[in-house]
Write a protein that binds this ligand. Structure first.
Ligand code: MRU
Length: 359
């Protein structure tokens, strides 16, 4: 690949409690921290074409809604470079095909489609059909990446205000630096709250991919933030014990009425939280809100291979055992106490209160 104009190393880390960056844009391409190999190995793979980036998303080398969107934006930069080099007149059609490949990589996180639309707008804004799109596409991807990190700092501040009197916080899946440009959404709020002191942090394992046990725990350990891991099935008992006052999660897609798709198990946490008088906070950037989707019922929930749940002995010939593996669920807005975005906060989300974010 020809040298690109800019180098963006994934945003500067802002303190000793925020040191991890999952995506690094360099003159050789997109470096992706392979999250399948954590916590045992820290390996960055360098990808130089759009197919590699789409594969990295589909196979969960990079995961987490905002990080998926950022990776896709860089995938478009790589595709734009290759398509223009091949044919400087009709590169647009080829690039649209490549964006289709990225769009097919994972269905639920709306940030992917939002990022592709942002890149499409840049292309639509080019007045000269023969202009090389490389520079403007690259600028846009870097802007998406940098704005995500900035937004996370803002959400951290806004969300932490609700937690001043809390002594225990529970999070689910991984919503930290690994799932975003950096710092994190729900885990960003937890970072901000913890820096003020006096909080115990609990993280669920998050079966079957173990994003909590492998990624959140690794990330918090890197940043020296003390945390306690629990089995997913221990969450309701933790609430009953009185040790936590808030459940804080991210989102993959928030419908216009506040219904929220997030990692499987979030709905169960919200039901248990309401029963025990524990508050539920969803933290997500505006790019996660899908205003075109009226309610959570319309959200496409990704189902992955049942083999991710089955041990070796139950797979393949002769086995009568199947597995159902939906990897997200929808929490109704009525079970959410507050949604935090970088543009503001919505308490008691619903179709009317959500509109305040548009002003
Ligand atoms: O399947 P994953 O690991 O991509 O799922 C991630 C989640 O569900 C996160 O909670 C969500 O994307 C928010 S990340 C800031």
């Amino acid at each position: 690949m020809a040298p690109l104009g800019f180098i963006f190393i994934g945003g500067s880390v802002n303190s000793a409690v925020d040191t991890v960056r999952p995506l690094v844009w360099t003159s050789s391409g997109l470096e992706v921290l392979d999250q399948r190999r954590l916590p045992f190995e820290v390996v960055y793979n360098t990808y130089q074409n759009v197919h590699q980036v789409a594969e990295a998303i589909a196979t969960m080398q990079v995961r987490g809604a905002p990080a998926i969107g950022i990776a896709a934006a860089y995938g478009v930069v790589l595709a734009g470079h290759d398509r223009f080099a091949k044919d400087s007149l009709s590169w647009r059609e080829g690039l649209e095909t490549d964006m289709g490949v990225l769009a097919a990589s994972r269905p639920t996180a709306v940030n992917l489609f939002w990022a592709l639309d942002r890149m499409r707008s840049v292309i639509a804004g080019l007045s000269d059909p023969a202009q090389n799109p490389q520079q403007v596409l690259e600028q846009e991807a870097i802007a998406i990446h940098a704005a995500d990190i900035e937004g996370n700092f803002m959400m951290g501040r806004l969300g932490a205000r609700y937690l001043q009197n809390a002594s225990g916080l529970l999070t689910h899946c991984n919503t930290g630096s690994l799932a975003t440009g950096g710092y994190g959404t729900a885990l960003g709020v937890i970072r901000s709250a913890v820096s003020e002191g006096g909080k115990a942090v609990y993280a669920t394992e998050t079966r079957p991919w173990s994003q909590g046990a492998r990624l959140t725990i690794w990330e918090l350990n890197q940043d020296r933030i003390p945390a306690t891991l629990i089995a997913d099935s221990a969450a309701a008992f933790l609430m009953q014990s009185g040790r936590i006052q808030w459940v804080i999660v991210g989102a993959d897609r928030i419908a216009a009425n506040g219904d929220t798709a997030n990692k499987i198990g979030t709905y169960a946490l919200s039901v248990a939280a309401r029963y025990h008088g524990v508050k539920m906070m969803v933290v997500a950037p505006m790019s996660t809100i899908d205003w075109k989707t009226v309610s959570g019922q319309e959200i496409h929930i990704e189902e992955r291979d049942g083999g991710e749940l089955l041990s070796e002995s139950f797979r393949g010939n002769g086995s009568v055992i199947d597995a159902w593996n939906p990897v997200f669920d929808v929490t109704p807005a009525g079970l959410i106490d507050v949604i935090v975005t970088e543009k503001g906060v919505v308490e008691n989300p619903g179709i009317e209160s959500m509109k305040s974010l548009l002003n």
